[in-house]
Design a protein around this ligand. Sequence first.
Ligand code: NAD
Length: 258
Amino acid sequence: MTDRSTPQLFDMSGHVAVVTGGGRGIGAGIARSFAEAGAAVVVAARRTDEIERVASDLRQGGASAIAVPTDVTDDDAVEALAQRAVDEFGSLTDWVNNAGGSPMRMPLMELPRDEWDRTLALNLTAVYIGCMAAARHMTTGSIINISSGAGSGPVPGSAHYGASKAGTNSLTWTLSAELAPEIRVNGVAPGAIPTEVMLTALGRDESQLDELLADWNIPLGRLGTPQDIGAACLYLASDAASWVSGEILRVGGGAKAR
Ligand code: NAD
């Protein structure tokens, strides 16, 4: 890093980014932040209507964007996604493993065995698949894995989800060492962001956001937004973070006093 200005450090022109789970929620926020900073964006998730809508919005805003229907638990589909990004835009420089979540919250002793397997497949094995495909197609760039506060402490009712996110943190740390210096690997651990999967997991709806805010006692006094996470990912993907790898950045409205 030399004499570049701060806007130049955050400029994503020339970047080509894949964002998984980009059809709604946090992933859509990350895709938008990258696109607004100048990146070409490949929006990937299973639901074609959702990713087409996000990609179309980004194009209307002046960005280059395509939608590629992908199940992130399918190795071949993820490999094809990486290849499609290169074929369409000439290279691949950024990959965000964002698709994930768990709609179930219950004590581990009551959790159905298949929900454990499903959660690990989506939140850990699919992140491994994404990291491998990204690394095979990148010569230089950055991978960001979306984690959760549940991966670094006890969250009753979320043992399955927390275990998968703790695994993702470990994958992030070790891959950052193995892929350096060409590829940086970081994580972002969002706090409470009222998206579809989060509200389903808590058995709440949009009309109960004030109650949620009161329950969570967030120091900065509001729930998070997809844009909060998009901005954090933008920092990590951009040259502003060219000396940052192997970190899990918590973006969650402040640390609670003990
Ligand atoms: P969301 O349900 O709103 O969006 C999830 C996205 O992932 C959707 O686009 C969905 O289609 C996609 N997806 C799910 N399964 C997929 C699959 N097999 N293949 C491809 N795409 C798939 O959820 P969100 O709240 O935006 O969550 C995004 C990420 O943030 C997840 O990894 C989640 O664990 C994490 N997170 C969310 C919160 C929160 O409060 N919302 C907090 C911490 C971490």
